[in-house]
Write a protein that binds this ligand. Structure first.
Ligand code: ADP
Ligand code: MG
Length: 265
């Protein structure tokens, strides 16, 4: 059993604070969904937890089974069992998917016996063309193929906790169902390390949640979780939008000598 614990996480990017104290606890087998309007900080949250360069942590903590993730570079977080499915997967010319999977398993101290068979089986399971296994990672793939590719990597690596940033963006309905079902199965079945996947799923749409069943829904607005509830919260959002969760902008301190002073008397 693994637990990712995010406590009072505050972070900025390009000098602007985006996360204002996020708290989330995700354990093996659980599906936590984060929904929120554009610009709320969802991708920033995934980037800070995974250790993408360019983000400054201002406070709080992120631990995986008690180990401080914020002290580690991204590759060591991955070795520890964290995995990010990116909203916009990178194209990596000259490096094939099967080679990446082989090296990733070796880096984790895991066996590569039977890897070719596993890759073929996983490709068949999610409708990923097997010839793409030997092509350069994501180069010239369609949006749907890239997300199937990301899902395949998740299924082969079987991390402890995965963050999925808009798995549904750029996917047609068939690919969405295939990918969502595969992730759902990972959260239900014990993996090679004897535990089920815990997932933090970022999405805008209920449709993803038809095949990938949420245990808990969180609503992130302006860098804070403003509501947490069961799957019914996603239905309510679909109906009513985010209006009920609107938070006023914090007033900016006006600069001395600014026009505001004219009205200060
Ligand atoms: P979401 O994924 O919820 O739509 P993001 O986390 O991508 O939101 O963005 C939150 C805010 O942070 C936005 O206002 C965005 O413009 C800003 N932001 C994100 N990344 C950067 C960056 N690298 N440089 C400058 N601003 C950024
Ligand atoms: Mg985003």
């Amino acid at each position: 059993m693994s637990t990712l614990q995010i406590t009072d996480l505050r972070a900025s990017v390009a000098g602007k604070q985006i996360l204002h104290g996020v708290n989330l606890t995700i354990s093996s087998g659980e599906v936590h969904v984060v929904m929120g309007p554009n610009g709320a900080g969802k991708s920033t949250l995934s980037a800070v937890v995974m250790g993408k360069p360019g983000y400054e942590v201002l406070g709080g903590s992120v631990t995986l089974d008690g180990v401080d993730m914020l002290a580690l570079p991204a590759w060591q977080r991955a070795q520890a069992g964290l995995h990010l499915v990116m909203q916009y997967p990178s194209e990596v010319p000259g490096v094939s998917l099967d080679h990446v999977m082989e090296q990733a398993l070796i880096a984790r101290g895991r066996s590569t016996d039977g890897l070719d068979e596993l890759l073929e089986a996983e490709a068949a399971r999610i409708g990923f063309a097997p010839e793409l296994l030997h092509r350069a990672l994501n180069v010239d793939l369609s949006g749907g193929e890239k997300k199937r590719n990301e899902t395949l990597q998740l299924a082969v690596l079987q991390p402890r906790i995965a963050i999925l940033d808009e798995l549904d963006s750029g996917l047609d309905i068939d690919a969405l169902r295939d990918c969502a079902r595969r992730v759902e199965a990972l959260t239900n079945d014990d993996g090679p390390q004897g535990q089920r996947l815990g997932a933090l799923v970022i999405t805008h749409y209920n449709r993803l949640l038809e095949a990938l069943r949420a245990d808990v829904i969180h609503i992130l607005v302006k860098g804070r979780i403003v509501a947490t509830g069961g799957p019914e919260l996603a239905d309510q959002l679909e109906r009513d939008g985010y209006a009920a969760y609107a938070i006023a902008d914090e007033p900016e301190a006006s600069a001395p000598g600014s026009l505001d002073d004219l009205f200060a008397i």
